[in-house]
Design a binder for this molecule. Structure first.
Ligand SMILES: [Fe+2]
Ligand SMILES: [Fe+2]
Length: 289
């Protein structure tokens, strides 16, 4: 198979991935309008029993740690906030669509999702330490959770070939994205962006998927988010939380630590917290079952 055929095969795989449920697309659309009210959201979600059950499950989970049980959807939406409901709808739909796809050969699903959850909670903890607006914190979690989904089509459509690419990264002690670029001519970040665009999941997530290994090439709106996930991913790789194929991760790009006002020592500070937060965040995977 030559490079063009490999790309074609991956694109075909992405094209055949299940579409996101219509209600989820609608929720994202509504939430992206500037004057969205919880009532508008309630109207859409209440006609979708699956999504409604997910919202209720999440609000009553250890992730939010509320004392009293919430039983009304409208109350749940008000408590979570429009932005968080959007993120919840999006992430559970993506995990639902991807989580069921068979994953073989190069990566195993359990390691992959643990790395992903770890990057999500780490991005969130970094954002929190930096005093990011609490209404935006959940966006950091979701972007981290989804950052590597472009690896799924590579793994499942290219199979042994992708095992070889991981082997190149291991043997030559280079980052996985660099090995992909050299061997395939495109990376899991490119594939991630393609998935994000196909599903129309919003620019924050699309840009993170597309640029989390090339922060220097990105100067747009979500730069803070993209840089944070760039670092969170590195932290999870060197701390070996889960495994998503990167045994010799490239060091964070020049200037990223400085731009965020953090350094590597932060990883030591938050490592225990990351573990605890991963256990709580596992609800995002369980919720789609
Ligand atoms: Fe990645
Ligand atoms: Fe990653």
């Amino acid at each position: 198979m030559d490079a063009a055929q490999e790309l074609q095969r991956v694109e075909t795989y992405v094209g055949r991935m299940p579409a996101l449920p219509v209600t989820v697309t609608k929720v994202i659309e509504i939430c992206n309008q500037p004057d969205t009210s919880p009532i508008d959201l309630n109207r859409v979600i209440s006609v979708d029993p699956v999504l409604m059950a997910r919202v209720m499950k999440l609000i009553n989970s250890a992730y939010y740690g509320l004392e009293a049980k919430v039983t009304s959807l409208s109350r749940a939406i008000i408590m979570l906030g429009v932005n968080t409901v959007k993120n919840l709808a999006l992430s559970t739909a993506v995990v639902g669509a991807i989580g069921k796809s068979e994953i073989s050969s190069a990566l195993n699903m359990q390691g992959f999702w643990r790395h992903s959850l770890g990057a999500g909670v780490t991005a969130k903890l970094i954002a929190r330490r930096r005093g990011i607006d609490p209404r935006l914190i959940e966006e950091y979690f979701i972007a981290g959770l989804l950052h590597d989904i472009g690896k799924i089509p590579l793994n499942n459509a290219l199979k042994e070939r992708y095992v070889n690419v991981l082997g190149v990264a291991d043997r030559e002690h280079i980052g996985l994205a660099a090995a992909e670029q050299r061997e395939l001519g495109f990376t899991h970040a490119d594939v991630g962006r393609l998935i994000g665009e196909t599903w129309n999941i919003g620019t924050a997530a699309i840009d993170t998927l597309g640029f989390h290994h090339a922060v220097a090439n990105y100067a747009e709106e979500h730069r803070d988010l993209v840089m944070t996930v760039h670092i969170a991913n590195y932290f999870m790789n060197i701390a070996e939380v889960g495994f998503a194929g990167d045994r010799f991760p490239a060091r964070p790009e020049e200037g990223t630590y400085r731009a965020l006002g953090i350094d590597l020592s932060l990883l030591d500070d938050i490592e225990d917290e990351v573990d605890a937060e991963i256990s709580k965040a596992e609800i995002f995977l369980k919720i789609v079952e």
